[in-house]
Design a protein around this ligand. Structure first.
Ligand code: SF4
Ligand code: SF4
Length: 385
């Protein structure tokens, strides 16, 4: 019975626009225990992941009588086909944040698949005790490990799931169920001797012995809410959310650019936004322009902080007026401090702007009460005086 059901699910998945699907058992992911514990003990986890390690390994901790996991992948685009206007300095969102937040897209596809399975049960008069629980990367399970075991691909040295057809440009979701499906053969590690991602990572976040130091990964650093440590600021360049470097260099990703899903289409002004207007955007503007992107899940502040850093990295001296406004008026110390740093980066020592910048920085110094912002203002004054 379940073999034919599996075939029907595969066909329906294709009809729904699910680009890859695989099935695996509900056996515990014992191989993850040691790496997760080691990463945590070394303080190299991001803190964004599910905190209960046992729940990440043993399915029965969160689901009664699990039997199988259905793993799905949706391929996402990697190139913007619209022309990017040259009307000012622009930032970039990483590709996993293009279009509608993938959590919604995946959940919708999985809900449709679950509904189909329930309808099959009803049509065949099966007394329906089937239970199906969808998850995306905010759930307990490690989605790349599930996908590898379900045969969608393999986990590369960069920690990402690499598929043959779409490279690592895929969103992953999984459905835990009490239906017992025939499992597919797991993916086979395919990195060989390649170490391109390790060499290309600007912060050495990919550990040569395996695993990731998420604390120094730029994708994580762009999502924090406090001051970004200075050593990472130049390294983000103009990327205000995420980092794609270890995917861009991967040989499996070369030439891959799939535009299968309308809702993932990147809009230039959203995913490569003009940076200066972001500095003083209102909550309503943020909501309208960015809130539907995956890269907005931490709110407005990290994006604004990163936009300030990006303007400094792009040497955009025309942003100085906006930066002075942030320094003088913004109620958030992180933005005032980052603006002070950016001013320090943008002002050349013998330039005419120097006196004006010093006036603003001195004025800010007199009223600033936040220690971190004060330190940034003092450093900026030192740098340009
Ligand atoms: S996302 Fe960027 S910083 Fe993080 S591991 Fe990959 S290349 Fe390194
Ligand atoms: S760049 Fe090379 S080592 Fe890194 S994930 Fe891709 S194939 Fe593996």
């Amino acid at each position: 019975m379940t073999t034919s059901l599996k075939e029907k699910i595969i066909q329906e998945a294709a009809r729904l626009g699910i680009d890859k699907i695989g099935f695996t058992t509900a056996e515990p992911f014992l191989e993850l225990k040691e790496p997760i514990e080691r990463q945590r003990a070394a303080g190299q986890n991001s803190g964004f992941e599910h905190q209960n390690i046992d729940e990440r390994i043993y399915l029965e901790k969160t689901f009664e009588n699990p039997q199988s996991i259905i793993s799905i992948a949706l391929a996402y685009p990697t190139k913007i086909h619209q022309e990017i206007p040259k009307d000012g300095k622009r930032g970039q969102f990483s590709r996993a944040s293009w279009g509608t937040d993938y959590h919604f897209i995946l959940r919708d596809k999985m809900q449709q698949l679950i509904q189909f399975i329930q309808e099959v049960a009803a049509a065949e008069g099966i007394e329906n005790h089937w239970r199906l629980a969808p998850q995306v990367d905010t759930g307990e399970l490690v989605d790349v490990a599930v996908a590898q075991r379900a045969g969608l691909g393999f986990v590369g040295r960069n920690g990402l799931l690499i598929t043959e057809e779409f490279g690592s440009w895929v969103y992953l979701g999984e459905i835990v169920t009490n239906i017992n499906f025939e499992p597919d053969a797991p993916g086979v590690f395919g990195c060989g001797e390649c170490t391109r991602c390790i060499k290309a990572c600007p912060t050495q976040a990919i550990l040569p012995e395996g695993g990731l130091n998420a604390q120094v990964c730029l994708a994580y650093q762009t999502q924090t809410k406090g001051m970004m440590p200075e050593k990472f600021r130049k390294k983000i360049s103009n990327v205000i959310y995420g980092c794609d470097i270890c995917q861009l260099v991967c040989p499996y990703n070369q030439g891959k650019d799939f535009h299968f899903h309308e809702e993932m289409e990147p809009q230039v002004d959203e995913v490569a936004p003009l940076l200066q207007p972001m500095l003083t955007m209102t909550n309503a503007e943020f909501k309208k322009n960015f809130a539907h992107l995956a890269g907005s899940w931490r709110g407005k502040k990290p994006l604004q902080r990163n936009a300030i850093i990006a303007l400094a990295n792009l040497h955009d001296r025309s942003a100085l007026e906006e930066l002075y406004k942030v320094l003088a008026n913004d109620v958030r110390p992180v933005l005032r401090g980052t603006a002070a740093w950016a001013i320090g980066q943008l002002i050349r020592k013998k330039s005419e702007e120097r006196e004006t910048a010093l006036v603003y920085l001195q004025a800010a110094l007199e009223v600033e009460s936040d220690d971190e912002a004060l330190a940034e203002i003092n450093q900026a004054i030192e740098k340009i005086k």
